[in-house]
Structures are given as C-alpha cells and as structure tokens.
Design a protein around this ligand. Structure first.
Ligand code: GDP
Length: 282
C-alpha cells in the first residue's frame, strides 16, 4: 500500500488534545468500530486517554459482519472493555436494542445509579466511515441539535443531546499517523475509512481477493460467476472479474467495483478481522 499518505491532518492532533482535556467532563466513552474489523478499526492512539473512564466498544454495521467472527472477537475481548455492544445504525432497528444492551450492563447500571438525577455524558469516537454519524443521528432524532461550542473551550468536539438520558460529546472521525501493521491500513482502506483517492484500489482489491479466497472461498465465485482460482493467483482472479464485468482491461474500475460490492455487503456477511473457522473454544 502507498507509504507516504497524508491522512493525518493537523486538526486530528488538536482533536486528540481536546479529547484529553474533556475526559473529566464525561462519564464513559463509546468507541464505535466496524463490526467487520472490530480490532483493526480501534484507534490505538486514544485508548490510554479514554480508558480513564469506562469504555464501551460498539460494533456497528453488525448486519454486514460474519456472526461467527463477531462471536469470537467478543469472547476474546470481553474483559478489555466495560462492555461490547452491537448495532445496525443504518436501519436503526437496533438503536433501541443498543439502549437495552447498555441498560443491562452492570457497569452502566452503576453509573446510572450514581447519576440518577442527571443525564449521563458519553464521549463518542470512531475512525471515519464506521457509521458514527448515523448512530448518533438515530439516538438524537431527526432534528439533531449540535449545541454551539463554548468559545475557547473546544473547536472540534460537539455536545449533542439525545432523545434519551444521554448526552454525547461527538468527535470527528479519527485516524492515527502511522499503521504499525500495514494490514490494518489496508483493512481500513477497504472499509472506506481512508479517502479512496489516496489509495491504490487495485492493491486493496488484490489483498481482498487473496483474503476471500482463503477465508470465504465461495464468495467471489458466487458473486462474479467465475471459476475457481488457485489461492496464490489473485491477479488472475482480478482479470477474470474484470472481464466478467465487461470492463475489458480496466482493472482499476473492476477493483473499485469489487471493493464497493464488499462494502455494501453484496459478497455476503464477511469479516476482515478473521479468527479462524473453527468453533468457539469456550
Ligand atoms: P461516519 O464517517 O463514521 O460518521 O459514518 P457515516 O454515519 O457517515 O456512515 C458511513 C456509511 O455507512 C453510510 O453510507 C451509512 O449509511 C452506512 N452505515 C452506517 N451504519 C451502518 C450499519 O449499521 N449498517 C450498514 N449496512 N450501513 C451502515
């Protein structure tokens, strides 16, 4: 993947500073991640900072994720967070269910007890495109009221009143300056968290093809009606997809189509953070 991408604009560093300053005002955090890559879409840069208060990890886009991989992630990581919750913010069906999940959580119940008279305040963070705005809009209602910032206090964070006893401190979609593991960057790119114009779509597509051939071997063949390809030849598969789509030699467009189809769930419910195909150990 492209090495010198500038996806960490100056305002992100300032936002992180503001988050640190505002932590004393919130009761807990909701870190929204993409349920298809719940580890890779966690921001490693802010975890220490937000962990001074309970952190609930919200696996959004649960409708697009592989349920078996979600179950494995939850089982492996449940002790790392105050709670791991799941949502489908697009249909909103699950926003009520989200509140139910929150209410039955013992740590949340304790927070509510302590603050019985007041609304609880939650910092809401997430990498770009995980569905943070959709999630907030569902809980805040149609007429989302972004309360004006108090001058000189925050420039990048906004308080938002929800329809429930919760007030959110919204943050802009955050990335971090350097991916220690290049695969994390590739997955975030495939999930739409980095501007497509900054990325080589054929690199992403070739990675995705290899990943799918290995872990979801029927997904590509079923969607694009191409024959079986050897695991080690993603280029041949991309050529075949391109020709099946009637795109002649336009590998770039075919790559983008494959990525868009994946993002929209047209290849099935697929997780990019993959913990093996065996049954849950516990
Ligand atoms: P943000 O950048 O994190 O604020 O993401 P947005 O709220 O703008 O959502 C990015 C895209 O994901 C939009 O096209 C949403 O409609 C879509 N989206 C958000 N939540 C969900 C979800 O739970 N399921 C599905 N299928 N799509 C979602």
């Amino acid at each position: 993947m492209t090495q010198q991408i500038q996806w960490f604009p100056g305002h992100m560093a300032k936002t992180i500073r503001e988050i640190g300053e505002q932590m004393k005002l919130v009761d807990f955090s909701l870190e929204i991640v993409d349920a298809r890559a719940p580890q890779s879409t966690q921001n490693p840069q802010i975890m220490d900072m937000i962990s001074v208060k309970p952190v609930f990890l919200v696996l959004n886009k649960i409708d697009l994720a592989d349920p078996k991989q979600v179950a494995k992630f939850v089982s492996k990581n449940k002790n790392q967070f105050a709670g791991i919750l799941t949502t489908d913010a697009k249909t909103g069906v699950l926003s009520k269910d989200f509140l139910r999940q929150l209410k039955v959580n013992p740590i949340f119940a304790k927070l509510s007890e302590k603050n019985a008279a007041a609304n609880l305040k939650a910092l809401v963070t997430g990498t770009p495109n995980v569905g943070k705005s959709t999630f907030i809009n569902h809980l805040a209602g149609k007429n989302i009221a972004r309360t004006a910032n108090t001058p000189g206090v925050t420039h990048f964070l906004y308080w938002i009143r929800t329809r429930y006893n919760l007030i959110f401190l919204d943050t802009p979609g955050l990335l971090w300056p350097k991916f220690d593991d290049q695969e994390v960057g590739t997955k975030i790119g495939i999930l739409g968290g980095i501007k497509d114009t900054l990325l080589a779509s054929d690199d992403l597509a070739l990675w995705l093809i290899s990943f799918l051939q290995k872990n979801y071997p029927t997904a590509i063949a079923t969607k694009y009606k191409i024959g079986h390809f050897p695991l080690d030849n993603p280029v041949a598969a991309l050529m075949s997809i391109t020709s099946q789509l009637g795109m002649r030699q336009d590998f770039e467009s075919a790559s983008q189509r494959l990525i868009n189809d994946f993002r929209a769930g047209k290849l099935g419910r697929i997780s990019l953070d993959f913990y093996g195909d065996d049954y849950l150990e516990d």
